[in-house]
Design a protein around this ligand. Structure first.
Ligand SMILES: Cc1cc2nc3c(=O)[nH]c(=O)nc-3n(C[C@H](O)[C@H](O)[C@H](O)COP(=O)(O)OP(=O)(O)OC[C@H]3O[C@@H](n4cnc5c(N)ncnc54)[C@H](O)[C@@H]3O)c2cc1C
Length: 485
């Protein structure tokens, strides 16, 4: 049952809650200009969930001169209605997610306002399109300043503690300036899809990464190989089967399917707030263990594949090579050669920065875990971990060589690549509000300190009297009279 006016009532409730909390706080950051142009206090690259939550928290804290640019069309930011091929989210429906401590901003409040509590109880998992709808509402109800179909193509130091950001949209190119830059660029973080070496020389018509735009209709009656055992591997295999592929074979290197979602098992506010303060060796140890145990694919995604007779799962069957064979490719494993019309590499993401041209001006200046923090005593040198940026307390990059790229101190890596330095606070739904809070506190402190002279001048210039002067009488003159007498 849909509830007429339910959303309006929720929006009124949110407005009231915000007013009770005196939010948004009054703007307090002095305005800046650069060569006559406006300077943003904070510019976000990306307006997916992390960008939205980070921007919302900053605005509630009185940093209102911000903007978010996203290359995607309005309402299609992030994976949900693009390359995410699952039917529902893995996350439980009750997660508070990006609500920033405001109950009326939760998914649950949004859902119940429209369909009621009984429907919420009956809901199993959140359909991914519904989650995208919720994010669209979140952006609208908070009036977040997102500009879509605008790609950030270059980032340069503009001097004077400012960052120049080159933007490209349908009108052409332009440069804008900001004081802090937040890279809310998603799961691909700063790298891109991790492509196994054996696929690199293969003609692109024969393969795709699971995060690519794949024409599944074209796979009807085709032989498809999916490499990998994670959630994306299952969902891509299922989507190919549902699109009518003749045969879908999943080739999985591990001998056994991972079954236990380890980090979910120990999730707690201790992990959320405590991971950052652990010694590096412990941070590495946790992440390496989770990586070695691997996260299982969701049960629903696995059943989606196994429900098809022409969907097969081969365990302990690593791909050794992929060879051109005329109108198809041969996928070579130790046990058999699989002829295939199309290969999908569901092989995750990397952190080596080279895939992102827009960050080329500074990517080689960033300090990573392999630049001194990582030692073999911590555990195996896993590429996506040792290549991850070694971040400061506010998600900011640090320099590999001191003094080589000062603007890095004002570029915040608010995406999945921050996981090893900060825990999972800037990627998944569960701890995103804590991440937004940590990011905001750091930027607010920096902005305040950078303008300390102006704030002191404001303090000196402030002359609104609370007392009018008629509230008391000075009794000292009577003391003087007594003394002379
Ligand atoms: C298939 C899949 C399923 C997932 N399921 C779950 C789940 O169930 N639960 C969960 O908690 N997490 C899930 N995740 C993780 C998910 O990515 C995050 O929860 C969420 O999308 C993170 O939001 P984000 O803002 O970091 O990234 P995204 O939502 O990916 O947003 C990043 C945005 O940055 C923009 N962008 C990037 N570069 C530029 C540029 N140069 N210029 C302009 N714009 C740019 C992109 O267009 C994109 O819109 C899933 C991820 C995938 C890939």
């Amino acid at each position: 049952m849909t509830m007429p006016n339910g959303l309006t009532a929720l929006e009124n409730r949110l407005a009231k809650d915000l007013s009770l909390l005196e939010l948004p706080a009054k703007p307090w950051v002095p305005e800046r200009q650069h060569e006559g142009a406006r300077v943003w206090d904070v510019l976000f690259v990306g307006a997916g969930m992390c960008g939205l939550a980070g921007a919302a928290k900053l605005r509630l804290t009185g940093v209102e001169n911000i903007v978010l640019y996203d290359a995607a069309p309005k309402g299609y930011e992030g994976p949900w209605e693009t390359f995410a091929r699952m039917q529902t989210l893995r996350s439980p429906k009750t997660l508070a997610g990006p609500c920033l401590g405001l109950p009326a901003l939760t998914f649950r409040a949004w859902f119940e306002a429209q369909w009621g509590e009984a429907e919420f109880d009956a809901l199993d998992k959140i359909p991914k399109a519904m989650w995208m709808d919720y994010l669209r509402w979140y952006r609208a109800v908070l009036a977040l300043p997102v500009v879509n179909e605008t790609k950030v193509t270059e980032v340069l130091d503009a001097g004077d503690d400012l960052i120049a950001v080159r933007l490209r949209d349908a009108q052409g190119e332009r440069v804008e300036y900001c004081r802090h830059l937040v890279l809310a660029t998603g799961r691909s973080g700063l790298g891109g899809g991790a492509v196994p070496p054996f696929l690199r020389g293969v003609e692109s018509r024969f393969w795709a990464h699971s995060a690519d735009d794949i024409d599944f209709a074209a796979l009807k009656d085709k032989r498809v190989i999916v490499i990998g055992a994670g959630a994306s591997a299952m969902d891509n295999a299922a989507t190919a089967l549902e699109a009518g592929a003749a045969q879908v074979d999943m080739l999985i290197r591990r001998k056994e399917m991972p079954r236990i979602n380890k980090m979910t098992g120990i999730s707690s506010q201790g992990v959320v707030h405590g991971m950052r303060s652990l010694p590096d060796a412990w941070k590495y140890r946790f992440n390496e263990y989770v990586n070695s145990e691997q996260v299982p694919p969701p049960r629903s995604s696995t059943l989606r594949v196994s429900g098809h007779e022409n969907g097969r799962i081969f365990m302990g069957c690593p791909v050794e090579d992929v060879r051109a064979a005329g109108d198809h490719v041969d996928v070579v494993t130790p046990f058999a050669v699989f002829p295939a019309d199309f290969v999908i590499a569901a092989t995750g993401f990397r952190n080596d920065f080279t895939g992102r041209a827009e960050f080329a001006s500074f990517s080689d200046k960033i300090r990573t875990w392999k630049d001194g923090a990582y030692t073999p005593a911590m555990g195996k040198p896993i590429p996506f971990m040792i290549d991850a940026p070694y971040l400061g307390d506010g998600f900011e990059f640090l320099e590999k060589v001191a003094g080589s790229c000062p603007m890095l101190a004002r570029i915040h890596c608010f995406n999945d690549a921050a996981m090893l330095s900060h825990g999972k606070l800037s990627g998944d739904i569960p701890a995103i509000s804590a991440g937004a809070d940590r990011l905001t506190r750091a930027i607010v402190a920096e902005l305040f300190a950078a303008d300390v002279e102006t704030h002191f001048e404001r303090l000196q210039a402030f002359d609104t009297a609370e007392l009018q002067g008629d509230e008391w009488e000075d009794a000292t003159p009577s003391l003087r009279l007594n003394k002379t007498a």
